[in-house]
Design a binder for this molecule. Structure first.
Ligand SMILES: [Zn+2]
Ligand SMILES: [Zn+2]
Length: 437
């Protein structure tokens, strides 16, 4: 915006130039006035949103069992002016709309709602003491160790904040509370139930994940590939068992399995272009009962992570080749290989990323909008991004100084709760920006 001394100087300039500057000044003031005072509005809802977070943290539920959570979210949304619910077969999920008073686009926001089978080990006054029973009958503690309690409460706080200015809000916000992110099927099931069909197909979809290695007060973003294809395989290496003292009379599947593990490492190290990320990790290997008995078979389980589809397909065919050819090389039977493709890689639409970064820099200061490199973790938010442009950013929840010690999925995970107030404002600002485009 021009300074007063510039205006004074321009008052002595030719009349045309002065009028032009006045017009520029007026439009700058108009666009500045278009952004409501979200800091003040969000603060007025902060206390009740922190109360939401604490209730949700204390009452976690496992994937596809989030019935109390669903009821709580439904009650909370129903109290927010301007909300309507979208009927559908959403399981334990929930879909709603916040209607703005002006014409504009449909923009989607997603928050995931499930917790993990982890026994909480914090001394928070609102820590979870909940337990549940896994299929198979094992009793486990349940905890929001991935911070989805923050995802839900911050979404509620942002919706309240936007609802307060809904008369000036263009377009409609499509709100998705998604179950079963941790098992990787929540987003798939909601899309299969018609979430983005017909008039409910948004122009774009956004979300955040709380992040334990980013300090409170900062936000992280990654343009392009940001999460990985979460694939893997189960492998049964077959041999012929016998006495450990006479290996030449057997076909040793332990020795063969060991060769295969090293060959998987070589696929990544020697056969994949270093510019295309890939990881193969064998996390489980099991066979035999005793040191002097060569077993009949050895079972392996591995996870495979990639970003682009070409590498994803290539790793699969190389694993098939290695497994088959190594078995043949020692005269072993064909191994049993069960290879599966799971949650797809997440792609952050670069245009959405740039637009949101402008908001991050304005709200938090340029030094607090940080860029992080692509990761090999998975998140089923990626499935929405396969239908419409998507962007998932990361809100820092590490208490200052603890950026290197906190971990998601840990029984000691303890987010800096101030992230609720800051997060709800940031989400409202990002959504407002998108609704105005
Ligand atoms: Zn998680
Ligand atoms: Zn999570």
């Amino acid at each position: 915006m021009p300074l007063m001394k510039d205006l004074f100087r321009l008052a002595h300039a030719p009349r045309g130039a002065f009028l032009l500057v006045l017009m520029v000044l007026a439009s700058a003031m108009a666009s500045a006035a278009e952004i409501p005072d979200f800091e003040t509005i969000a603060r007025s809802f902060e206390e009740e949103t922190i109360a939401d977070r604490r209730w949700l943290h204390e009452n976690p539920e496992l994937s596809n069992r989030e019935t109390k959570t669903q009821a709580y979210l439904s009650r909370s949304l129903a109290e927010i002016p301007g909300i309507t619910f979208v009927d559908g077969d959403w399981g334990t999920g929930l879909v709603a709309k916040l209607h703005g008073g002006k014409p504009g686009p449909l923009v989607a926001w997603r928050a995931d709602i499930d917790a993990l089978p982890i026994t909480e080990d914090t001394d928070l006054p609102y820590r979870s003491t909940c337990r549940d029973t896994l299929r198979g009958g094992r009793s486990v503690g349940v905890m929001h160790a991935c911070g989805h309690d923050l995802h839900m409460s911050i979404a509620l706080g942002a919706i309240r904040t936007l609802s307060a200015v809904r008369d000036q809000m263009p377009g409609t916000l499509l709100i998705i509370f998604q179950p079963a992110e941790e098992t990787g099927d929540g987003a798939h099931d909601m899309l299969a139930a018609g979430l983005f069909s017909g008039e409910n197909k948004p122009r774009c979809v956004l979300a955040f994940h709380d992040h334990p290695t980013i300090a409170y007060g900062q936000v992280g973003s990654c343009s392009g590939w940001s999460t990985a294809n979460v694939d893997g395989f189960r492998l049964t290496v077959k041999g012929r068992g016998g006495h450990g003292a006479y290996p030449h009379r057997s076909i040793d599947p332990v020795s063969l399995a060991a060769k295969m593990v090293l060959a998987f490492n070589d696929i990544v190290a020697r056969e994949i272009d270093v510019n295309h990320h890939a990881v193969i990790s064998v996390g489980r290997i099991e066979g035999g009962a005793k040191g002097n008995v060569i077993p009949h078979e050895v079972r392996l389980e591995a996870t495979v992570r990639t970003h682009d589809d070409e590498t994803r397909q290539a790793v699969r065919s190389k694993v098939e080749r290695v497994v088959s050819s190594l078995a043949q090389s020692v005269g072993a039977p064909e191994p049993g290989l069960e290879y599966y493709f799971g949650t797809p890689a997440g792609y952050n639409n670069p245009e959405l990323v740039e637009q949101a970064r402008t908001v991050f820099r304005r709200v938090l200061g340029p030094e607090n909008s940080i860029t992080y490199p692509p990761g090999m973790g998975g998140e089923d938010f990626s499935r929405y991004g396969q239908v419409v442009p998507g962007f998932q950013f990361r809100i820092g929840v590490a208490p200052p100084g603890q950026e290197n010690t906190m971990s998601l999925h840990s029984p000691q995970f303890n987010a800096d709760e101030r992230a609720v107030g800051l997060g709800m404002r940031l989400v409202a600002e990002v959504l407002w920006d998108q609704l105005n485009r």
